[in-house]
Ligand binder design. Structure first.
Ligand SMILES: C[S@@+](CC[C@H](N)C(=O)[O-])C[C@H]1O[C@@H](n2cnc3c(N)ncnc32)[C@H](O)[C@@H]1O
Length: 263
């Protein structure tokens, strides 16, 4: 399977999980709500497959970037090219400092440059990766050529998202437990509150998490499918995932073995 790409690199990207996750979406689903958009890898895959995807995230810089990426890709790419021309460490530091005061278009272009040129794509709070190997001119063409008309991204806390979408099919990739909350510039993520809201959700949900006894106990009433190293991260695919997939519905036929593992 050719993986659909996201123009932006984002910590916690599910790009390598797309083939597996795709098998777990029931065939009758036509509309998906995503509570934690990030780089939107799976969202893009679903939207390009014909589903409508309404995605939300709490990060205002990320959402501002998506607004331009989805509605004005050529104008955004042109602006990123201007940023790229003289880009080096001092420029990274300056943009990082003045980001909030920029116009929305310049903020979207600067955000793209900052994320692409930071170590491990960490934003906010990242540091410049020497030579910015992931911020290359040819990548900007992906921004320019990207089209995904069935995807929308808006800024919203997941609590609001769940309250206004009580019956929809939810795809949720939250901040993992005791792991990466500082990577997204947030103080604390309310894992119990998410679990409580999902207990009251009337539609179906597909959730990913790190495999931790606390998370398993929060979601013990649902299907918990171990990923068993099926997803590999890092450039060479050397880092094996320790994640679980949680469903409040029976997995589609053929997606999971009789002993509850990914087929
Ligand atoms: C693990 S990342 C999602 C990664 C995404 N699936 C991808 O492929 O790139 C978690 C996301 O949750 C967002 N987030 C954190 N707290 C949130 C909240 N209270 N409501 C909505 N989004 C939140 C972060 O900004 C981050 O983008």
């Amino acid at each position: 399977m050719i993986l659909p790409y996201s123009p932006i690199m984002w910590v916690g990207s599910k790009a390598r999980a797309v083939p597996t996750l795709t098998t777990l979406v029931p065939h009758d689903v036509t509309h998906v709500v995503s509570g934690f958009a990030g780089g939107c890898s799976f969202e893009i895959a679903m939207a390009l497959a014909g589903l409508t995807v309404q995605a939300y995230d709490i990060n205002p810089y990320l959402v501002n970037y998506w607004l331009f990426q989805l509605s004005e890709p050529v104008i955004l790419a042109d602006r990123i090219e201007l940023v790229h021309r003289e880009f080096e460490r001092a420029c990274y530091q300056r943009l990082d400092r003045i980001l909030p005061s920029l116009t929305p278009l310049n903020r979207a272009a600067a955000f793209y440059a900052l994320v692409r040129s930071a170590f491990y794509n960490i934003f906010p709070g990242g540091t410049y990766a020497k030579g910015h190997p992931n911020f290359k001119e040819r990548r900007i063409d992906r921004v320019r050529d990207f089209r995904c008309p069935r995807l929308s991204v808006s800024m919203q806390d997941f609590r609001v998202t769940l309250s206004i979408h009580p019956q929809d099919f939810l795809w949720l990739d939250p901040v993992y437990f005791k792991k990466d909350r500082r990577l997204y510039g947030i103080k604390e993520f309310p894992h119990e509150e998410l679990a409580a809201l999902l207990r009251g959700h009337k539609g179906r949900f597909l959730l990913t998490y790190n495999d931790h006894p606390y998370i398993r106990s929060l979601y013990r009433d649902y299907h918990i499918i171990p990923v068993d190293g099926k997803w590999r991260y890092s450039a060479g695919g050397t880092k094996v995932s320790d994640e679980i997939i949680i469903l409040n519905y029976d997995p589609p036929k053929g997606s999971v073995t009789v002993d509850g593992r990914l087929a």
